[in-house]
Design a protein around this ligand. Sequence first.
Ligand SMILES: Cc1cc2nc3c(=O)[nH]c(=O)nc-3n(C[C@H](O)[C@H](O)[C@H](O)COP(=O)(O)OP(=O)(O)OC[C@H]3O[C@@H](n4cnc5c(N)ncnc54)[C@H](O)[C@@H]3O)c2cc1C
Length: 502
Amino acid sequence: MATFNDARVRPANDHKIRPGQSYVLYWMQAYRRFNRNHALDYALHWARHLKKPLIVFEGLRMDYPWASARHHQFMIDGIIANTAHATQAGIQYWPYVETPEQPARGLLTKLAHDACLVVTDDYPAFIVPGQIAALASKSECAVHAIDGNSLVPLKLLGLAVSACAHLRPRIHKLVAEAWQHRAVKEPTFPTGPKIDPPFQLAIGKHLPKVADLPIDQKVKPIDGIVGGVVAGHAALKNFVRHKLPRYSEGRNQPDDPAVTAASGLSAWLRYGHLSIQEVAEVVLGDGWSPEKLNAGARGKREGYYHDDPNVNSFLDEAITWRDVGYHWHMMRNAERGVRNAEWTTVDGVKVPLFHDLASTLPAWAKASLDAHAADKRAFQYTLAQWEGADTHDPLWNAAQVELMATGRIHNYLRMLWGKKVLEWSATPQAAYVVLEHLNNKYAIDGRDPNSYTGILWCFGLFDRPWPPERKVFGNVRYMSSDNTAKKYKLAGYYEYVRKLKY
Ligand SMILES: Cc1cc2nc3c(=O)[nH]c(=O)nc-3n(C[C@H](O)[C@H](O)[C@H](O)COP(=O)(O)OP(=O)(O)OC[C@H]3O[C@@H](n4cnc5c(N)ncnc54)[C@H](O)[C@@H]3O)c2cc1C
């Protein structure tokens, strides 16, 4: 393959590719699109090489942690858009939505049985690593996981870092080379014998209605937010036209999402309906090429990608900060093995848990929080109070209402939201459990590598000690609603939240 970077390939088992089987299977788990998709490019390469049809399987189970109408609807929107694309492009696309009548158990093993090779997305968080490991160990078929997570293959970024500032120069050094190895913009698909799927495709009248499924129906789909590639493109276009020109100055100002300069793209990125490559291409513009990278600003936050501070500031978030979370997970999985959800109970509610604080925090943060474990908390809340936006703090409550109603919290307030749960919980671990649960239950971009690194940042991950030492926080960075109100005008945000219904 001329442009493919082999550093993206991770064989998940030792099995050999079996040229005698019927097809190459692309199991589309994370990057749910047919454009600019490294795993798809790799699967297409093998299909052509082996002269076999390519089957693209996009599955949606009912039993993933925090399964809800909200997450399901977004993914089903994506399936509808992908079906339209596949029909027009002649792709053998097998969308599957699990129902009680058509259970998922054993289906992938069955599909893998007839495959020469299974290719899938090496998404490093949530249930995906566990699912890859399970299929790889059960199946006789070779399973290759492809890192299509970012512009630069994560493996090339070296060992885990303790700060974003350490990863930035490594990314900058590799961007120009990675740009030459981008995924194919609009791949073409080989024609080949048509294969009948061994299950009812989730298409047309056979696409289950979200409201009929035994998932959490109380976490409702979000009004006005549509999943899928088409809606993702529209959101990107809207951002570039109306918000990018004021991103650098405006992104931290909390406001109505229609007003704030933040892109709001994280949900489409999360489900792979939008590729980070396309985001970078569009933001940098047609005339851009790696020769325009500013060598003098290499490793710096400003000025490397572009001389427009808005473009640069946005790409520092969308590439450097986003990559920090993906890289951290990838390295952690490699070092410690895959961790599936464990279950714990908070105030009588059973919640899934993918990480724990003890093994995730830097030593200084853990020691500092431990030293303040016995500090009296000024307030403490139950899960029902957190969830019901029922604290003494109007700004925290507003952020929680926004999360429940819209699946989003403005970026700056998301940090404050996390910090306050730490401050008003009996222990840091109790706070962590509440945050993982609330973020992943309600946030439409939740259950992502950046969900975890975002939450863990509130406890000191990727940060540094901040004097003076305070109650509860120790040297972990402190944030307060009063300071936020001094820094930003909040009237517009309160007004927006007041109108939200949940
Ligand atoms: C407590 C907490 C929880 C978080 N949970 C999530 C989550 O579930 N999913 C998620 O994608 N991000 C999460 N973040 C990171 C960040 O808040 C969101 O990525 C950002 O708010 C998404 O909004 P946007 O697309 O408008 O961002 P923009 O400002 O427009 O940024 C563009 C893109 O850059 C990336 N990005 C921006 N800020 C960050 C950041 N701080 N860390 C990592 N990537 C970033 C995202 O992919 C984002 O879409 C969390 C942060 C905190 C503090």
